[in-house]
Design a protein around this ligand. Structure first.
Ligand code: GDP
Ligand code: CA
Length: 338
């Protein structure tokens, strides 16, 4: 079985880890049932297409926050409380950069985490593609042994920018800032006029991305940010068409519960799109290819797109076990819609 997931950072990574847990548990049960039968059961492959719109060059290093969150979470190296970055990481390099007056200082990178960015930057500088670099990092974190393949959405650099008011306010000229500056430095508190994605027009899906969608048995949208995570992947030319054309059901989990993001600022991202802040509103963004949508029991109302099977259950990933439960439910919904 081929499962393909389009993922952002923390929400997506926790979901994918839950999915891997659920599959391993199921594999165990199947193995027990299969005892005495010949041949190994068809292994399940999970291909994760990671958002690269968050990527940024800092201190001369290429940083891919969502890919790294996926690597660290799946590989057992993530700072669990924070949801991103390395567990037990230090700040010595950042402290030294601050002492030197090097900017920016609003984006914190831990010492161990910097190792990833140094390696990535060196390999990119040697001419490797981001896919190849991501493959090397995935080996480091043991993803192939989990049956997980991690692909960047694109090998061409794409960067999400946020258009906000200039110094003269709403009536004056606008300015664009990098998504990370808006999200991390300003905590999404500057009203976004719109989002633009530098490089998107020239970007192509990374090798394997379209195939993973076309050849999937189930495509899953985890509870990732619909605008700046999944929305960016959908904007890479060819991806949306592949989702419309795939024979696999596309199912998703709402990132909003009771009309509110569970964490982060998805509300500030949806506002400039004029999309209703609700599980139904987010489903509307995917209406042209979505077959199934998992929402919380709290989300009873709202007009969901026609033809989408809506299921209700607890979709809060309280912990790793809870994430496994949510992932299992999404996969089961997809398998039922095949
Ligand atoms: P980011 O790149 O780190 O911002 O992470 P993602 O884009 O993958 O996911 C962020 C989204 O996940 C936010 O909109 C959250 O509301 C949503 N989210 C986080 N935890 C949960 C959860 O436990 N359940 C659900 N349904 N959504 C969640
Ligand atoms: Ca992100």
């Amino acid at each position: 079985m081929q499962i393909t997931v389009l993922s952002g950072g923390v929400g997506g990574a926790r979901f994918v880890r839950g999915l891997v847990d659920a599959l391993q548990h199921q594999g165990h049960e199947e193995t027990l049932q299969d005892q005495g039968r010949q041949g190994a059961p068809d292994p399940t492959r999970v291909t994760v297409i990671g958002n690269t719109g968050d990527d940024i060059t800092l201190f001369g290093l290429r940083v891919c926050p969502d890919l790294d969150t996926l690597l660290y979470t799946l590989g057992g190296g993530v700072d669990e409380a924070q949801g991103w970055g390395r567990a037990g990481d230090g700040r010595q390099v950042m402290e030294e950069l601050a002492a030197l007056g090097v900017q920016p200082q609003w984006f914190g990178l831990g010492d161990l985490d910097l190792g990833t960015h140094v390696a990535r930057s060196q390999w990119l500088g040697q001419g490797l593609s981001l896919s190849e670099v991501t493959g090397r990092l995935a080996e480091r974190w043991g993803l192939p042994a989990l049956g997980v393949q991690l692909l960047p959405a694109s090998d061409q650099p794409i960067e999400t920018h946020v258009v906000v008011d200039g110094p003269e306010g709403p009536d004056g000229p606008e300015r664009a800032i990098h998504f990370q500056e808006w999200w991390v430095r300003h905590r999404a508190a500057l009203p976004a006029r719109r989002f633009t994605v530098a490089g998107l027009g020239q970007a192509r899906p990374a090798p394997g991305v379209l195939e993973a969608i076309r050849e999937a048995d189930v495509v899953i949208l985890p509870p990732s940010n619909p605008v700046v995570s999944i929305g960016i992947i959908l904007g890479v030319p060819g991806v949306r068409d592949a989702l419309r054309g795939t024979r696999a059901p596309v199912v998703g989990v709402s990132p909003l519960i009771g009309g509110r993001p569970v964490r982060g600022h998805a509300d500030a991202c949806l506002a400039p799109l004029g999309v209703e802040l609700s599980a139904a509103g987010v489903a509307g963004l995917y209406a042209d290819f979505l077959s199934g949508w998992l929402v919380d029991e709290a989300d009873r109302d709202g007009s969901f797109p026609r033809g989408v099977t809506v299921e209700r259950q607890d979709i809060l990933m309280r912990d790793r076990v809870g994430a496994g439960r949510v992932a299992r439910a999404a996969l089961d919904l997809g398998l039922r819609l095949r």
